[in-house]
Structure formats: structure tokens, C-alpha cells
Design a protein around this ligand. Sequence first.
Ligand SMILES: Cc1cc2nc3c(=O)[nH]c(=O)nc-3n(C[C@H](O)[C@H](O)[C@H](O)COP(=O)(O)OP(=O)(O)OC[C@H]3O[C@@H](n4cnc5c(N)ncnc54)[C@H](O)[C@@H]3O)c2cc1C
Length: 206
Amino acid sequence: MTFDCLIIGGSVAGISCGLILGSAHKKPFMADKKIGIIAHQRASALQDALFNNAYGIPAGTLGKDILAYTTQQIKDVYPHIELIENQKITSINSMGAALFEVHSNNDTVYYAKNVVIAVGNTNLFHIEGLMHYVEPHQKSIASKNRIQLKNTDHLVAPGIYVAGTLAGHRSQLAIAAGSGAAVGTDLMVKFNDGNETQSHDSIKKV
Ligand SMILES: Cc1cc2nc3c(=O)[nH]c(=O)nc-3n(C[C@H](O)[C@H](O)[C@H](O)COP(=O)(O)OP(=O)(O)OC[C@H]3O[C@@H](n4cnc5c(N)ncnc54)[C@H](O)[C@@H]3O)c2cc1C
């Protein structure tokens, strides 16, 4: 099976991207699109975080509770998205013709037409096939040695997108979520043959 989009990273940016793509499934151009999320969460910045300043999130919310809630939200509301938990991606190789071969640490191989890299900005980053895109993070304290992937408005190379802090954004939840959502909508436009689109629900349409 080939994913139209495989999102790598199951924290703020990755799940936010998945929520946008998942919500668009009633659009004709999304109906046949296969979306997956490699929902590894152990190394998420959310694990130790406490939120008093993130838009829409009640003050005092624990990051680890957000991780659990948003993963369950994908399962409950957008079950057509394939959630692949407890795996890390180790390499991404272009097969040409807009196809990527993606390897995980338990020797599973996935195929994807588009990949979204949302694995955070730590310098422990190591995904074979992407290392030549790594550069120092432009918006964090230099002594922390954070990294980002070279990109233009989240696009690293044809079919390769980056989201969240790894895209070069400052580390704030709302920014990471917005970055993932931006990539989700960019992919929707791509799937819609370049025509602008967005995904909204409304109480007036229910
Ligand atoms: C202690 C702490 C407190 C914070 N407090 C606040 C706050 O008060 N307000 C605020 O706005 N922000 C706060 N933040 C920042 C906020 O949590 C981050 O900006 C946000 O989590 C970044 O999201 P991200 O998706 O880019 O990266 P992350 O949340 O780091 O997620 C990256 C994900 O990728 C996964 N991953 C890593 N490698 C791989 C791989 N090879 N394959 C598959 N998956 C992989 C990880 O397990 C993780 O789930 C805080 C952060 C910390 C650490």
C-alpha cells in the first residue's frame, strides 16, 4: 500500500497536520487519499511541558495529556487515518517518480508519495536520506545546538515537507500547530490540482 501522505512525528505539528487532512475526507479530491501518521511520541517536547499560554488550551493543561487526547481524537474522529504507533523512522529514500521508500526501526518499509517530517528540532535528528538538508536552527539559542531542515515555506524538496520546530519555527505550541496545519492545507491544494482550498466545519452545515 502506498500512502499519499505519510506524516512522521506524532506530536503538535504532526497531529495538527493529520487533523487538517483527516477533516477534509469528504472533499472529492481527498476521498481516495491514504494518510498515515508515524505517531512516535516518546521524544516529544510535550512530555514535560505545562501550558498556561497556548491559544484554546485551558491553563494548567499538561503536555502529556495533550498528546494522549489528540492521538485519541484522530482515532475517534478520523479513523480513516492510519496511526502507526511506537515506531521511529530511520531512513527516507527517493525512488524517483514522486515515490519515497520509508524505513522504520522495526524493519517495516512504507511507501509514500509525500512525506511530512515533524520530528522536532533536536540535534539527535538522524534520518538517512535527509541529513544533507540539516542546518543550524535560525530561531533558537545557539548554545542549545538545535537544528532545522532547509526549506522554503515548509517545502524541503518535491514531495518532502517539514513542520513544527524542525521547520525553523520558535518553540511554542501554537506556532508548531499552525505550521503543521499550514502543511496540511498545502497538501490539500496539491491534491486539488493546485486550486486553493481549506477545511471548515460549521454548525450551520450539520
Ligand atoms: C519543558 C517544556 C515546556 C514547554 N512549555 C511551553 C509553553 O508553556 N508554551 C508553549 O507554547 N510551548 C511550550 N513548549 C514548547 C512546545 O512543547 C513545542 O514547541 C512543541 O511541542 C513543538 O512541537 P513539534 O511537533 O515541532 O515537536 P515535538 O513536540 O518535539 O514532537 C516531535 C515528535 O517527533 C517524534 N519523533 C522524533 N524522532 C522521530 C523519528 N525518527 N520517527 C518518528 N517520530 C519521531 C517524537 O517522539 C515527538 O513525538 C515547551 C516545551 C518543553 C520541552
